[in-house]
Design a protein around this ligand. Sequence first.
Ligand SMILES: [Zn+2]
Length: 108
Amino acid sequence: MNDFLNFTLESWSPDPDFLAVSATYLGVLLLMGVVGSAIGHQRQRAGAGFVLGVLLGPIGWLLILFLPAAGRKCPACLGVVPHQARRCQHCGEELSVVASNPFRRRVI
Ligand SMILES: [Zn+2]
């Protein structure tokens, strides 16, 4: 029987360098995702920012930066709030409720 078929978890002793490189790589991917999520959070797209950051790194950050915001702008502070919001989550300004129509991106 060759070594491949004789593989067990107990016999597996990974190279410490391999583990260090893997942990570093995962850490960098996570960091890319967190930065993308932080950029996307400003535009109500934190999840998309995380995924794009992990998959594409700085290119994903640029993509999320130039994607249209998933919401409307508060007239008082210009922060992006969800379409159905009645009060701005950034400054507390009362917002008029507009019918949500994805084809009609109205900025009030
Ligand atoms: Zn506001």
